[in-house]
Ligand binder design. Structure first.
Ligand SMILES: *Cc1c(COP(=O)(O)O)cnc(C)c1O
Length: 360
């Protein structure tokens, strides 16, 4: 594989959006990273090129058989003008895990991270400055080979696009209402729930739409076999604080191994807060509530970092958690994680990776 990264200059740069109106995933920067794969050359032709639409053959295999995977991570601007990312090597590793499960050829993780750093460096002026904002980095791979036979494709594209994104919550964390899903399932053991493939999201939309129509922000998925054990929430992993101990579902092959989940577990252990990965049933959660022992529930994922849960609805049984207030551990985790990401606090785990120094 060629280790050079090409560059194609854009004639006219875009106007940057108003930082107050960023939201999520609406704006894209001037450049993107592209690489191609074919059997003869392997992954090759890495280049940073103007962000623009691409052309695909109607028979491109991704449209028919869905070999499509992605990642999501963020670049932050610290107070002293450093641009840094949070544990990006975990995302590179997970991308390759997704490649493996979907029969997509492996990518050189070190090279891809280097290329992403170069892209972010090129686009450093797009990393927003305002509280809670960041530059979202979206790597993805899909099959491009024009062919209708069912087998792993022999041609792929890898792309990385960048999107400045706003604070997930305004100034304050705010608890969300969550619907425990009993009819639809997200993933089965042996399936693809443990990797980030596009189809997982396509399969979840129906249930999400129904939950939203009932006034719920997200879904809590249960295991697909017994409809009994807690798995995860939409695009977040889930944690319960029960009688002083924090419990999260153990990775079982159908749960996505979140980078934020792993960071939360490590931080809690570092603080000396009891934390355990275990199989936990929704019944146990509701029983803990009845005993007055369900102290906090929160989701953890790159987008929101920590998302406190204020209400759970399981088959019409509705419980309000911690009086719909942000829990102490949820707040502390949010504050600590965002402080590390923004370089405001020491980083005892060496989680952050510096990319560039810009003028402030
Ligand atoms: C990406 C994702 C998460 C969270 O992972 P992070 O690495 O923490 O962002 C959780 N669940 C699902 C289904 C996901 O796709």
């Amino acid at each position: 594989m060629s280790q050079d990264i090409g560059f194609i200059q854009r004639e006219v740069l875009k106007e940057k959006p108003d930082p107050a109106s960023l939201g999520f995933g609406k704006y894209f920067t001037d450049y993107m990273l592209v690489m191609d794969y074919d059997v003869e050359n392997g992954w090759h032709a890495a280049r940073i090129t103007p962000y623009e639409p691409i052309t695909l053959d109607p028979s491109a295999m991704v449209f028919h058989y869905g070999q499509a995977i992605f990642e999501g991570l963020k670049a932050y601007r610290t107070a002293d003008g450093t641009i840094q990312m949070f544990r990006p090597e975990k995302n590179m590793k997970r991308l390759n895990d997704s490649c493996d499960r979907l029969c997509i050829p492996q990518i050189d993780e070190g090279f891809l991270l280097k290329a992403i750093k170069q892209l972010v460096l090129t686009e450093k002026d797009w990393v927003p400055n305002e509280a809670g904002t960041s530059l979202y980095v979206r790597p993805f791979i899909f099959s491009t080979e024009p062919y209708l036979g069912v087998r792993p494709a022999q041609q792929y594209k890898l792309m990385v696009i960048l999107s400045p994104s706003g604070a997930y919550y305004g100034d304050q964390l705010s608890p969300v209402k969550i619907y425990v899903e009993e009819e639809y399932v997200r993933a089965v053991i042996g399936g693809v729930g443990h990797v980030k493939t596009a189809g997982n999201y396509a399969a979840s939309l129906k249930a999400q739409e129904i939950a939203e129509s009932k006034g719920y922000a997200q879904i809590l998925w249960l295991d697909a076999k017994e409809n009994k054990y807690v798995e995860e929430v939409g695009s977040m992993n889930i944690f319960f604080k029960i009688n002083g101990e924090v419990v999260t579902p153990k990775l079982n092959g159908s749960i996505l191994p979140g980078v934020t989940r792993d960071s939360v577990i490590q931080l809690l252990a570092y603080w000396g807060v009891p934390v355990r990965e275990a199989r936990i049933s929704i019944e146990e959660v509701f029983e803990a509530y009845e005993r007055g022992e369900l102290e906090e529930v929160f989701g953890a994922g790159t987008a929101a970092v920590i998302s406190p849960v204020g209400e759970l609805n399981w088959n019409g049984r509705i419980i309000t958690i911690n009086d719909n207030q942000i829990g102490e551990i949820s707040q502390r985790l949010y504050d600590e994680m965002t402080a590390i990401q923004l370089g405001k606090k020491e980083d005892p785990f060496n989680w952050t990776v510096k990319i560039a120094q810009v003028e402030v």
